[in-house]
Design a protein around this ligand. Structure first.
Ligand code: WTA
Length: 661
C-alpha cells in the first residue's frame, strides 16, 4: 500500500467505533452454532475441517484430510469420492422428497414449487440430455442463463455427470461470453431464448448467436425456452433442451463418483489484467465448506425458507443459493426480475408470501431500499430471523437501517467477507456466538487465519487497529485450486507477493486477498476495499484494465484510463478518462461509442458513469498511468503526491477540464 493509500485507510479506521448489538435470546436458543468450542475444534488444522466434510455423503472416505506437499496447490480430503448433485438432491429424498427445494417466483408473479422429488427428476433428465449430445466427464459446460429454474437444474445436471460448469452471469455481453467459452476450452453453451426484465421479455439468445460467432471455439448450443414455445428467433443449429428432455423422460443417470479434488466448476472473475480469471473450484472441499458455512453462519435448517436475493451467475449464488442450501436440504427462493418491478415493495411482498425466514442481500440493495423508504417494507408482514450482507463494506448507517426497518431490531445480521476465490465465507461472525458491530465483518470463521502485512510483507501486530494488506495464512477447503489453465497466474496473483515461493512448506505460503483491512482491538475485522485495480460496482467486481481494454476498442480513442468514483448508491462507479486521437473531435458521439464499447465487451451493468475527454493522462516517468490520481479527481479529493509524474501539470489540467465539463 502506498503511503497515501495508507493514510486514507488509517483515517477511515479511526472512524468512530460502533456499539455492539446482541442477538436475541430467541435466536440464540435455536441457532446451529452455539458452542464457542467450534473455533478450537475446527481450528485444529487440518483435521478440524473433517467435521465439515462429514456433513456430506461420500462414496469413498478420504485417506488424507490435507496435502500441503506441493504449495500452493493444496489438496483436500484426498482419495475421497463424492457427487455434488447426489449431495444436493438424491440424499434428501428419503426424508423430504415432497419438501420444496427451489421456490421460484417469476417476473409477473408466476410461481414454481420444485420439490426435491421434482428436482431429482429434472436434474436426471437434464443430465441424460447433456450426455445425449456428447457431454462427457470433465468437459466444461458454459451456462449463460438468467434467474430461472433451468439454471440450478443445469448446474446440478453437470455436477451429476462430472462436467464442470462455467456459469456466465446473464448480464454479460456476447463478447464476454465468447471470451469465457474460449478461455475454458468449452464445447457446450447452454442458454435460453429470453427472460423478463422489468416485465418486458428480453431476447437473450442473440447473445449466444453473436458470442458463438465471435468465439474461436465452435461450441454446440443447447437452449431452454422460457415458455413452452420460443419467444425469440432460435437458430436451427441449436438443440432445444425441451426436445431432449422429451426423449429422455423418466431416465435416471447414476451420479458419477468424483474425486474430491476433481473440479466442480469454474467461475470467471475480474482481476488486475484485461482478461478475467477462471477460478477453479474443487468438488469435495468446496461443497463441504459451502454446506458448513450455510449451516453455521447463515443458520440454515432444512425446515427454513431461505432467500438469497443474489444472482446465481456470481459466486454468492453458487455457494449460497445452490450448493450450500441444497446440500443442507432447505428451501431456497429464486426471483427472476428486479426488486422494483412492478413496484418497490416487490421484495417484501415475496418475503411475506413465502414466509421467508432468512434473507440475504448486498449493501447496494440495502442502500437502495433505504433510499426508497421504510414505507415499502412496512406494508408487508414478514419476519426474518436472520439477515446477511455480502459483497462490499456496509456503512453503519445502512446497517442500522437494515436492522431496524427490515430486521425489526430482532433479526441477527451477519456481514460476510469472502471472494470468488475463497468459495465461502472467511470473515464473519457466527451469529449466536458474537455480538454484531455495524460496519465490521466480524471475526474470522473457524479454522481461518487472516492477518495483515505491510507492503514489504512485514506482519502487523494482531488487533492493532492499523490498516494493511489482508492475507490468509492457512489453507482452507474451499479455496480455489488454480486459475483455469494458468498455474503461473494463480501463483503470481495470489501468492507471489507475500509468500516464500521457494519454500515447499505450506506454512510459508500466504494467500493475498487484494483487500485492505484493519483489525480492531476486539478482534473484529473491517474490510476497507480493494487495493488493486479492481472496483466494486453495486457488488459486481470489475477490473479497471478490463474496462480500459473495452474503451480502447473505440477507433477514435488514443488512450484511456478508468477510475472508480464513489457513489452513494452503487458503492463505486467507473469514470472513463479518454484521450482522443489527433484530428478527432471529442464529441458526444465518441462518448456514446465508448459507452457502447463497454456494454458490448462486458455488459450493460458495467456502463461508465462519466466519460471525460482529457488532453493527457497522468503518468510516471516510466509511463505507468497513475489511476490513483484520477480517482482523487473523480472523488473531488486533493491530487495527492504528483512528484513522481513525468509531467506534474497534467493532473491540474485534467481537474480543470473535468470541472469545466
Ligand atoms: C469485496 C463476493 C467488505 C472485497 C463474495 C472482496 C467485501 C470482493 C465483503 C470479492 C464484505 C466482499 N465487506 N468487502 N462483507 N464481501 N467484499 O469475488 O473487496 O465478487 O475482495 O465475491 O468484494 O468480490 P467477489
Amino acid at each position: 500500500m502506498s503511503e497515501e493509500d495508507n493514510a486514507d485507510v488509517q483515517l477511515e479506521a479511526r472512524l468512530r467505533e460502533q456499539e455492539y448489538f446482541r442477538p436475541s435470546a430467541e435466536f440464540v436458543g435455536q441457532a446451529n452454532a452455539t458452542d464457542p468450542a467450534i473455533h478450537d475444534e475446527v481450528g485444529e488444522f487440518p483435521d478440524g475441517f473433517e467435521r465439515y466434510a462429514e456433513l456430506l455423503d461420500w462414496d469413498e472416505h478420504w485417506d488424507q484430510t490435507f496435502d500441503g506437499s506441493n504449495p500452493p496447490f493444496f489438496e483436500w480430503f484426498v482419495g475421497g469420492k463424492l457427487n455434488a448433485s447426489y449431495n444436493c438432491v438424491d440424499r434428501h429424498l428419503d426424508e423430504r422428497k415432497n419438501q420444496t427445494a427451489l421456490l421460484w417466483e417469476g417476473s409477473d408473479g408466476e410461481q414454481e414449487n420444485i420439490t426435491y422429488q421434482d428436482l431429482y427428476r429434472r436434474v436426471n433428465e437434464t443430465a441424460a440430455a447433456l450426455r445425449s449430445v456428447g457431454v462427457e466427464e470433465d468437459d466444461v459446460v458454459t451456462i449463460h442463463l438468467p434467474m430461472v429454474p433451468a439454471l440450478p437444474i443445469t448446474m446440478l445436471a453437470c455436477a451429476r455427470i462430472g462436467a464442470p460448469h462455467s456459469v456466465v452471469f446473464a448480464g454479460f455481453s456476447a463478447q464476454a461470453l465468447a471470451e469465457r467459452v474460449d478461455s475454458a476450452d468449452s464445447e457446450y453453451v447452454v442458454t435460453i431464448d429470453g427472460y423478463y426484465r422489468r416485465g418486458e421479455f428480453l431476447d437473450h439468445i442473440e447473445k449466444a448467436d453473436e458470442g458463438v460467432a465471435e468465439a474461436d471455439n465452435d461450441p454446440e448450443v443447447l437452449t431452454w425456452y422460457r415458455h413452452d414455445e420460443p419467444n425469440a428467433e432460435v437458430s436451427d443449429d441449436y438443440v432445444p433442451v425441451d426436445d431432449l428432455l422429451d426423449e429422455h423422460k423418466h431416465e435416471t443417470v447414476e451420479p458419477v463418483a468424483r474425486d474430491a479434488e476433481d473440479p466442480l466448476f469454474l467461475m470467471y472473475t475480474s482481476g488486475t489484467t484485461g482478461k478475467p480469471k477462471g477460478c477453479q473450484h474443487r468438488t469435495g472441499g468446496y461443497l463441504a465448506y459451502a454446506a458448513a458455512t450455510s449451516k453455521n453462519v447463515l443458520d440454515i435448517e432444512p425446515e427454513d425458507t431461505y432467500w438469497c436475493a443474489a444472482d446465481i451467475g456470481w459466486i454468492t449464488g453458487h455457494s449460497y443459493i445452490v450448493y450450500g442450501p441444497l446440500a443442507l436440504g432447505t428451501t431456497s427462493v429464486m426471483y427472476e426480475d428486479t426488486p422494483d418491478y412492478p413496484h418497490k415493495g416487490r421484495i417484501w411482498e415475496i418475503a411475506e408470501r413465502y414466509d421467508v425466514d432468512i434473507f440475504h442481500t448486498s449493501p447496494t440493495a440495502v442502500r437502495m431500499f433505504m433510499k426508497w423508504g421504510e414505507e415499502y417494507p412496512e406494508e408487508y408482514d414478514f419476519d426474518f430471523r436472520h439477515m446477511t450482507t455480502v459483497g462490499e463494506p456496509i456503512q453503519p448507517e445502512a446497517w442500522l437501517w437494515y436492522y431496524k426497518h427490515i430486521g425489526d431490531e430482532d433479526a441477527v445480521i451477519v456481514d460476510t467477507w469472502w471472494q470468488t476465490e475463497t468459495g465461502g465465507h472467511l470473515i464473519t461472525n457466527l451469529p449466536a456466538l458474537d455480538d454484531m458491530k455495524p460496519g465490521s465483518a466480524g471475526k474470522a470463521c473457524p479454522g481461518i487465519e487472516p492477518a495483515l502485512v505491510d507492503d514489504s510483507g512485514e506482519k502487523l501486530p494482531a488487533a492493532s487497529g492499523q490498516a494493511g494488506n489482508l492475507i490468509i495464512e492457512q489453507p482452507w477447503p474451499s479455496m480455489l485450486q488454480t486459475v483455469y489453465g494458468n498455474d503461473e497466474r494463480f501463483i503470481s496473483t495470489y501468492w507471489g507477493d507475500f509468500s516464500d515461493t521457494d519454500s515447499d512448506d505450506w506454512r510459508d505460503w500466504n494467500y493475498k486477498a487484494g483487500d485492505g483491512a484493519v483489525q480492531a482491538q476486539d478482534g473484529y475485522w473491517r474490510v476497507l476495499g480493494r487495493l488493486d485495480d479492481v472496483m466494486n460496482v453495486a457488488g459486481h467486481r470489475l477490473g479497471t484494465m478490463e474496462l480500459e481494454s473495452a474503451v480502447s476498442e473505440v477507433q477514435s480513442v488514443a488512450e484511456a484510463a478508468v477510475a472508480a468514483r464513489e457513489d452513494t448508491q452503487k458503492g463505486e462507479v467507473p469514470d472513463v478518462y479518454a484521450v482522443v486521437r489527433e484530428g478527432v473531435d471529442p464529441t458526444d458521439e465518441v462518448r456514446q461509442e465508448i459507452v457502447a464499447a463497454v456494454e458490448d465487451e462486458i455488459g450493460k451493468f458495467a456502463r461508465p458513469a462519466n466519460v471525460m475527454f482529457v488532453d493527457d493522462l497522468p503518468k510516471t516517468r516510466s509511463g505507468k498511468i497513475m489511476r490513483r490520481i484520477l480517482e482523487n479527481i473523480s472523488n473531488d479529493e486533493g491530487l495527492g503526491n504528483t512528484t513522481t509524474l513525468r509531467d506534474p501539470s497534467v493532473p491540474e489540467d485534467i481537474r480543470e477540464q473535468v470541472q469545466a465539463d
